[in-house]
Write a protein that binds this ligand. Structure first.
Ligand SMILES: *Cc1c(COP(=O)(O)O)cnc(C)c1O
Length: 394
């Protein structure tokens, strides 16, 4: 066929230009695909998405998504990783891969809220029963297990109230009745402690937080180091059709290159501000696991070498809720919003009475959670000071 006979439309698609074969640069090349082309029918027939050997279809992986999965497995000290379109989708993937009707899952009393809601609204109607256990009491967890208990979720520290559990003891308790353990490792980010050294089977991570670092990406991952578990996750991943966009993967790959620097900076700033705020007269309790007196501090000290830039404080119960709202509204640099790990410091007041089941210690007072960004610490401290004056007069 001579070139003249080819339509311009066709020529634009079958263009002879090839990018340089040995173009080397610092960032990896980014590959996007729904369709993956096979050189012949034999190649088409011999490759299956279920094995993940080679590429079959964009939904089941590209060089770009495989690269992020490999780097995350390395970060967490595991061998296998699957990506999901959000942290919550990664939780869903674990639940659906490991639980079926008749099984039971146990979740910590201070679990990430949407995870509990998923147990209530998705798992229970499927016939999977769920109960909460006291994350501060490994012996109680050991006593709860039944032959139907297949999965135990762990979180370190607990959401919002920041209690650091004795992870090793909780894992042992779960192993005593043969359950798989899955850790929500978003706070540790693969940096504060080695999840697999604690004995957990699965480490789930909301990449939305520190790995993205930009408050602009939603993504999640599940890392494992067991072939059979990894296989179950992959099968369910393919069945659910959990795709992630290459542009988002590219952003997380880029974020990973500065992950440790940002995590350490936010840890330092968080401890400076938490220490200062904890001493203000309006505050009755600091909830930051790296501080003595915070719940679970000895466990943090025995498990961790670092902390996320995330903490809560209890304001004195003598204040009216409207005064707490006034404090939060008076902040100028701390903006009101969910999530953490991004460049901008964030604040959220939480009503614990709606978040914890009866029977769990209710901390007295009003809880406010702070996520420390990358602003200058002196500016953040001045912001907290002016808002304290505006709301409480001290
Ligand atoms: C944010 C978060 C999630 C969920 O991540 P999304 O990407 O927002 O769905 C899960 N667990 C913890 C502890 C989180 O902080």
């Amino acid at each position: 066929m001579s070139d003249k006979k080819i339509d311009l439309q066709t020529e634009l698609i079958h263009h002879p230009y090839q990018p340089p074969a040995h173009f080397e640069a610092v960032p990896p090349g980014i590959f996007k695909a729904s369709t993956v082309l096979f050189k012949d029918v034999a190649a088409l027939r011999s490759r299956s998405w279920k094995s993940r050997q080679g590429y079959t279809y964009g939904l089941h992986g590209t060089p770009t998504s495989f690269m992020l999965e490999e780097r995350l497995a390395t970060l967490e000290g595991g061998t296998h990783c699957v990506l999901a379109p959000s942290g919550l989708a990664a939780i869903t993937l674990v639940n659906l891969a490991l639980l079926k009707a008749g099984d039971e899952v146990l979740i910590p009393h201070n679990v990430y809220g949407p995870s509990r809601e998923q147990a209530r609204s998705l798992l229970a109607p499927m016939g999977v029963s769920w109960r909460e256990y006291d994350a501060g009491d490994p012996a109680a967890l050991a006593a709860m297990g039944t032959p139907r208990t297949r999965l135990v979720w762990l979180e370190a520290p607990g959401s919002v109230t920041m209690e650091f559990p004795d992870l090793r003891a909780l894992v042992k308790a779960a192993q005593s009745f043969g359950a798989v353990t899955a850790l929500d490792n978003t706070w540790g980010a693969g940096l504060a402690f080695r999840a697999f050294d604690m004995g957990v089977d699965l480490s789930m991570h909301a990449l939305t937080k520190y790995p993205s670092g930009g408050a602009d990406i939603l993504m999640g991952a599940v890392v494992s180091r067991d072939e059979a578990l990894a296989h179950r996750l992959l099968q369910m991943h393919g069945v659910l059709g959990l795709g992630v966009g290459a542009n988002d993967v590219e952003m997380v790959l880029r974020g990973l290159t500065s992950l440790r620097l940002r995590y350490e900076a936010q840890d330092r700033a968080g401890r400076t501000l938490a220490g200062w705020l904890g001493e203000q007269p309006a505050v009755t309790q600091l909830l930051h696991p790296a501080f003595a007196g915070s719940p679970g501090h000895p466990h943090w000290a025995s498990h961790c070498s670092a902390a996320a830039g995330l903490f809560s404080v209890m304001f004195d119960a003598r204040f009216a809720p409207t005064q707490i709202d006034r404090f939060v509204d008076a902040l100028r640099l701390f903006r009101i919003g969910y999530s953490w790990g991004g460049p901008m410091s964030l604040v959220v007041p939480y009503d614990l009475s709606t978040m914890r089941a009866d029977g769990h210690t209710r901390l007295p007072g009003h809880l406010v959670r702070f996520s420390i960004g990358l602003e200058a610490v002196s500016d953040l401290q001045a912001d907290l000071a002016q808002a304290l004056r505006a709301a409480f007069g001290d």
